[in-house]
Design a protein. Structure first.
Length: 216
């Protein structure tokens, strides 16, 4: 399968959000990565439903919504209504993860689970067959522009092995500190999808940077 590039709109210019959404529409990107932070699960607040809906209004590609929030179960239908196509919750935020995954799928979205850098891949063993996506965090969630944690490369390999062992169809996405150098290591380790925020939006030509990632 060709790899998926999911630019993170967290690093876009929110005063020009339509322009940046159109840039992604017209680029070689596959998805929009949409980071929702609540100031409780992570030490930062990003945006909520009105912004997700505004992105959806202009987006011509799927919304890959990454929830960094406590009690995600409470908002599953709201994110569906706001336009999420893939909804990823954090393992660390879900007491009844199996139930949460089923609820996301019943609402008509693809279900993903994200793992913080300290959370072992093996903890997904009993739900991996139900998942569409595993999101390996290569930074501690909460902020764009952080340094890549190298252990994520090993975790990609471990996740691919678990997926293979269990016959799961889940894909492996990686988020945080992705650039051409770290992206190459991740693709070599078997990553299917790369998120990139600051590397794309801080470059002089974001669309060309997306193409460079896609060509890895
Ligand atoms: C971090 C977010 C990321 C963030 C990545 O908590 O989940 O999606 O936008 O930003 P970069 O690519 O700058 O590390
Ligand atoms: Zn993210």
């Amino acid at each position: 399968m060709a790899k998926i590039i999911s630019p993170s709109v967290l690093s876009c210019d929110f005063a020009n959000i339509q322009r940046d959404v159109e840039m992604i529409n017209n680029s070689n990107a596959d998805w929009f990565h949409v980071d929702v932070m609540d100031g409780v699960f992570v030490p930062n607040i990003s945006f909520g439903f009105p912004v997700v809906s505004a992105i959806k209004k202009h987006a011509k590609k799927p919304l890959d919504v990454h929830l960094m929030i406590a009690n995600p179960d409470q908002y599953i239908q709201d994110f569906k209504n706001a336009g999420a196509d893939i909804l990823t919750v954090h393992y660390e935020a879900c007491t009844h993860l199996h139930r949460t995954i089923q609820a996301i799928k019943q609402a008509g979205m693809k279900a993903g689970v994200a793992l913080n850098p300290h959370t072992p891949v093996q903890l997904l063993e009993d739900v991996i067959e139900d998942l569409d996506l595993v999101l390996i965090m290569s930074v501690n969630p909460g902020f764009g522009g952080q340094k890549f944690i190298n252990n994520a490369v090993l975790k990609v390999e471990q996740t691919k092995n678990l997926i293979h062992k269990k016959g799961s169809h889940a894909i492996v996405e990686v988020d945080g500190g992705v650039n051409l150098e770290t992206g190459k290591l991740l693709i070599e380790a078997g990553a299917d999808a790369l998120v990139a925020g600051s590397f794309v939006f801080n470059s002089s030509d974001p669309s060309a940077t997306i193409s460079d990632l896609k060509a890895l």
